[in-house]
Design a protein around this ligand. Structure first.
Ligand code: NAI
Length: 351
């Protein structure tokens, strides 16, 4: 069988840090195992023509959200042998799930592998915005000491209202980590938690359009589906409280690109952060790179060294099951038996 893994370039770090498993050079640490089992592993970074060249012969394709190979319906049609699509990480929106289901291609991701990593990044970025860290850091680098300029936009997180949109694995971990900051937490999800769970997290349910205008801080933690594409449109962004902060570590397309730039330029939001963009890698001229008051990073939150170990182990597990004709771990499945089966995605694909 031919396994193709499309991963980010590790550069000099690939050799210096062998634990950097998520890059193409280190190929998730899979090469020895795949070849020992008598299969072929191709690891590449080119998400364009080089990947296209392998489509007619690929059996298993591994992609990663951090450097996504967008596997569209057209590409699936060019891959007649393709039977398994794997995401090295969490979030499989780079695959056309409906097209994969129609062709009975199994889609799986490594559920839970990087949820702590992302939750920590969310908390870091919320504090970065609320405490006005980036201008403060720049002041140090620039040799200044303008306390007034920094302090005029710095707040405590205590007593603020935080809204979590998507109370799944990451959303719940964000809520748990923010609880000791004595915030008030509201959440929206189409699957409501039960009362004891709400009590443990200190979170109160609220419909989305009621939650948005009340919050000082909103964290987006839902998957990208046809329903959530552009969910934070111009109207919803303007319905946020003036001076509020928005953090999106879910997927770039959940927030309307141009509307966000407009809202930030208008000074309606005090800050925007997150690590997800569309497309990725974000081109040098992507309008979010230079909008005011942002604290964004490239897509790195879910690929800490610990996360890479967990998702590399999960991919290995999936491949071993697949090579031996055994079913994949149920928790990992997004599309199986011609249907979108993951509870987080299936809602959007119900006919
Ligand atoms: P999860 O599946 O545990 O939670 C997602 C939650 O969103 C579920 O509770 C689900 O009911 C809810 N949901 C789905 N569609 C919804 C809708 N239309 N309206 C309201 N609620 C909806 O997933 P997890 O692990 O918490 O990850 C969430 C997303 O975060 C992933 O799908 C992925 O896109 C993104 N992610 C980003 C990473 C990064 O490195 N920045 C790494 C890992 C995940």
């Amino acid at each position: 069988m031919k396994v193709v893994a499309v991963l980010y370039p590790g550069g000099s770090a690939a050799e210096e840090t062998p634990e950097l498993l998520g890059c193409a050079e280190n190929a998730l640490g899979l090469r020895e195992m795949v070849e020992a089992k008598g299969h072929e592993l191709v690891a590449l970074t080119d998400t364009g023509s080089e990947l296209d060249r392998h489509l007619p012969t690929v059996d298993v394709l591994i992609a990663t959200p951090f450097w996504p190979a967008y596997i569209t319906r057209e590409r699936i049609e060019k891959a007649p042998k393709l039977r398994l699509l794997l995401t090295a990480g969490v979030g499989s929106d780079h695959f056309d799930l409906a097209a994969a289901a129609e062709r009975n291609i199994t889609v799986a991701e490594i559920t839970g592998s990087n949820v702590v990593s992302v939750a920590e990044h969310v908390v870091m970025q919320i504090l970065t915005l609320v405490r006005n860290y980036i201008p403060s850091y720049k002041e140090v680098i620039d040799g200044g000491w303008d306390i007034g300029k920094i302090a005029a936009k710095a707040h405590d997180l205590e007593d603020k209202i935080v809204g979590i949109v998507g109370m799944g694995r990451i959303g719940q971990r964000v809520a748990a980590r923010l609880k000791p900051f004595d915030v008030q937490t509201y959440y929206y999800d189409y699957r409501r938690l039960n009362t004891p769970e709400e009590q443990v997290l200190g979170a109160r349910y609220m419909p989305l359009d009621a939650l948005i205008p009340q919050c000082d801080v909103i964290s987006i933690n839902i998957p990208l589906t046809p329903q959530t594409d552009g969910l934070f449109n111009r109207e919803r962004l303007y319905s946020m409280k003036k001076g509020a902060y928005l953090v999106n570590t879910a997927r770039g397309r959940i927030v309307d690109t141009d509307a966000l730039v407009e809202v930030m330029n208008a000074g309606h939001l005090a800050g925007y952060a997150g690590d997800v963009w569309y497309p990725q890698p974000a081109p040098p001229g992507h309008p979010w790179r230079n909008m005011p008051n942002h604290a964004m990073t490239p897509h790195v939150s879910g690929t800490s060294l610990e996360a890479q170990k967990r998702y590399a182990d999960g991919i290995r597990d999936c491949l071993l099951h697949f090579f031996e004709g055994r079913p994949l771990q149920r928790d990992y499945l997004i599309v199986d038996g011609g249907k979108v089966v993951s509870p987080s995605y299936s809602y959007a694909y119900q006919k």
